[in-house]
Design a protein around this ligand. Structure first.
Ligand code: PEP
Length: 258
């Protein structure tokens, strides 16, 4: 983290876990043990049906609620889909876009780009995910792959909007596997992402961009990952389902400013 230029963000991704009742219970427990110090921003991205209960439960706290996906269209015949203005009206501040689990269901870089634009237009902070598979890492094309995902995902987005986007580097081989990238491996790619942004949008915007690491980050490995200068926080799956674990990750952002 480099807290001189960026406020860290710890964001949870609940995926398809918890009912609205369980979401409310989680928030009550989480609020009860959340430290008062504001070392980082906090977001919980929850299943769509949990959004109203979660938003109600965190009212007048600093916990932000986000969605796990959105549709790029404003309205219309898209059965089962949710538009960005609906998420805003429901009280969301963030939306995860391009998670590898959604890319595996057919989401393309072009879809990601359209969703990022729609989220920005609605006033949501997109958390745009990228990351390579194990096969891609082992064949030495991580850099090339992530560069393509970032360039296509951000295509046509004006410089002043880039600082409103959070980027999450999530190597697919580390998601939900318990196999975390080493702090060095994670830093190498987060540094690459910042370099891509610097080249395209300039040093000032690159310095202000929040880049997260995600992939089996937990209460034990968070401190070392977050100590790296280009890792500004985490996108947390499994460990965000347990209030005590999630709080420990938040506490791991309490490190001396680099
Ligand atoms: C994720 O779903 O974005 C994620 C990083 O999951 P986990 O922390 O469980 O690996």
């Amino acid at each position: 983290m480099n807290r001189k230029y960026r406020k860290p963000l710890i964001a949870g991704n609940w995926k398809m876990n918890k009912t609205p009742t369980e979401a409310k219970e989680f928030m009550v427990n989480f609020k009860g043990i959340l430290p008062r110090s504001r070392w980082c921003d906090i977001a919980l991205c929850v299943p769509a049906v949990c959004i109203p209960a979660a938003v109600r439960a965190v009212r007048e706290t600093r916990i932000a609620i986000g969605a796990e996906n959105c549709n790029a269209n404003a309205s219309g015949a898209y059965t089962g889909e949710i538009a960005t203005n609906m998420l805003v009206d429901a009280g969301c501040k963030y939306v995860i876009i391009g998670h590898s689990e959604r890319r595996a269901m057919g989401e393309t870089d072009q879809d990601v780009n359209a969703k990022v634009k729609a989220a920005l237009e609605a006033g949501l902070t997109p958390i745009m995910c990228c990351g390579e598979s194990l096969e891609q890492r082992e064949s030495g094309i991580t850099e090339e792959w992530v560069t393509i995902q970032i360039k296509r995902g951000l295509e046509g987005i004006e410089a002043e909007s880039i600082r409103k986007i959070v980027i999450a580097y999530e190597p697919i081989w580390a998601i939900g596997t318990g196999r975390t990238a080493t702090p060095e491996q994670a830093e190498e790619v987060c540094e690459l992402i910042r370099a891509i942004i610097r080249k395209q949008y300039g040093a000032k915007i690159a310095r202000a961009t929040v880049i997260l690491y995600g992939g089996s980050m937990n209460e034990k490995n968070a401190f070392d990952l977050l100590a790296k200068p280009d890792i500004d926080g985490g996108l947390i799956g499994g460990a965000s389902l347990v209030p005590e674990k999630f709080v420990k990750i938040i506490e791991a952002t309490n490190q001396p400013a680099v």
